[in-house]
Write a protein that binds this ligand. Sequence first.
Ligand code: ZN
Length: 298
Amino acid sequence: MTNNQSGRNSALVRPQVYQFKLGDAVVTNLLEGYVVREDLHPFVATNATAKEVETLARQYQLPYPELEHSFTTTLIETAGKLIAIDPGFGENSPMPSAGLFAQSLTAAGYSTDDIDMVVISHSHPDHIGNLMTGGQPTFANAEIVYGRREFDYWKAGENIKDARKPTLALFQKVALPLADRIRFIEPNDTIAQGITAIEAFGHSAGHLAFHIESAGQQLMMLNDTVAHYVASFAQPDWAFSMDDDPDAAAVARRRVLSRVSQDHIPVIGFHIPFPSIGYVEATGAGFSFRPASYQFNV
Ligand SMILES: [Zn+2]
């Protein structure tokens, strides 16, 4: 597995803020970063052949084996609170083309002190790294909300596979010290007005999606229920290499994608290419992602 970490496109200007209204809420997607990788297979499918993955990529006019893996944080301003969901790597980014949360936040006209609540979907580095900066909490005024099952899994730190040892170390550095100020939640709990935790275990032990509702409008934060905007939808049973429990992740993926496709709920995915929002349509055996265009502007 190789990462092209030089960020060969990093000199190019790209959109880093996308803001829209959802009912009475304002939703802002922030580019936290991206990385060019050269391993579409097996990155997005450890249980499919390279040929199968290449064929799917070609159908969607995607290069192979290169991919751009993207990271998007979402802010939700609702009922007088500014809520950040998965604020990214922050200073713990392993590559220069990520860890851009602060820069994108400034571009959107907010500061870290404005954030009232930080909600964590799961404990992988791209989602929790930014909880601390220089050994201090990054979000001085924020309540931290974390799934109980997820937090307890990493706190126990038992039977962690070698590939996840760095994740455990980062959790112990940036999340565990905050335990006293964390509000722990369970699936179906209300996080804030109109925001509900949805069980999507598998990508990590206690991974959560979040359902948002404001003035009759709905949105599903998929977080890492999907990994790749083509492969995870077209082939929901393909095992993403970063899924800690691939079988459970596939079950959760099918369940959540079925709901949003049936109910026509728009989705945001943390790893869907920026601006990371669209709709999901059921196809024969799987799903397809339809990127949004002007739907939220009119
Ligand atoms: Zn992730």
